[in-house]
Design a protein around this ligand. Structure first.
Ligand code: ZN
Length: 246
């Protein structure tokens, strides 16, 4: 099985199309999406259509929850909140229905999918270091688990339940063998708004036969989506940050 994992698309259809093309070249046969299809970007419905057409195994993100009115946006920063207010009235009824159907956690025999962490999926906590990875791994029942939310890719490997054994691979691009490890927790980074100072779109790939995981990056038309953000009247900062990867 070759699992392709994308997430934190955030309405950036330019980045999503580039990632999907790269994943097809990688011969992905199982598609996973870790949440936040909408918010920040100018083409939320286009991104929902692409995710649905791919048949992605999908969980709910915090921005997805916010447009459904399921999350109090007073915890969001001003730009994120402005983007939620821009996005919500532009979604079609079918978009809202699809987002409403998404669970917080999806468990399959081979892998688990959650936006933030397994130890508080409804609180949308972040996996940003070994500290949170240890808590999430404690509750991980499948060998593989895919998360997003921080927009910073990292892979955490646990050989056994002794927490000191955790290996952390936080690079922006990584190829890692997980042979011999009983748990793999993978933060796949962000398609539509990377925040690790690498502006290229990020996605994850896992080959379960070879027991290898990758975080990969692809170039996309950043200027094109910046133009769409400005034309849409979304906050300027949301265009500027894409070129910096922050
Ligand atoms: Zn996000």
């Amino acid at each position: 099985m070759r699992i392709g994992i994308l997430g934190d698309i955030h309405g950036n259809a330019e980045a999503l199309r580039a990632v999907v093309a790269a994943m097809r070249r990688d011969s992905v046969d199982t598609w996973v999406q870790v949440g936040d299809i909408v918010g920040y970007g100018p083409e939320p419905s286009v991104c929902i259509d692409i995710v649905r057409e791919l048949g992605c195994v999908t969980c709910l993100g915090n921005h997805d929850a916010a447009v459904l009115g399921l999350l109090d946006t007073s915890y969001f920063n001003n730009f994120a909140r402005a983007a939620i207010h821009w996005t919500t009235p532009r979604l079609r009824p079918s978009d809202l229905e699809f987002l409403r159907s998404l669970p917080l956690v999806v468990k399959r025999p081979e892998f688990t999918v959650v936006h933030g962490t397994l130890h508080m999926p409804d609180q949308f906590g972040y996996v940003i270091s070994k500290v949170e990875a240890i808590d999430s791994l404690e509750l991980q029942e499948t060998r593989l688990c895919f998360v997003g939310h921080s927009h910073v890719p990292a892979v955490y490997l646990r050989r056994d339940r002794f927490p000191g054994e955790i290996v952390e691979k936080p690079q922006s691009e990584v190829e890692v063998s997980y042979r011999g490890y009983e748990r793999v927790l993978m933060n796949v980074g962000s398609v539509g708004q990377p925040r690790d100072e690498d502006p290229r779109a990020a996605y994850g790939l896992v080959d379960t036969e070879r027991e290898v995981a990758w975080v990969k990056r692809v170039h996309y038309d950043i200027a094109g989506v910046q133009r769409k953000i400005r034309e849409a009247g979304l906050p300027e900062v949301l265009a500027n940050r894409l070129a910096l990867g922050v």
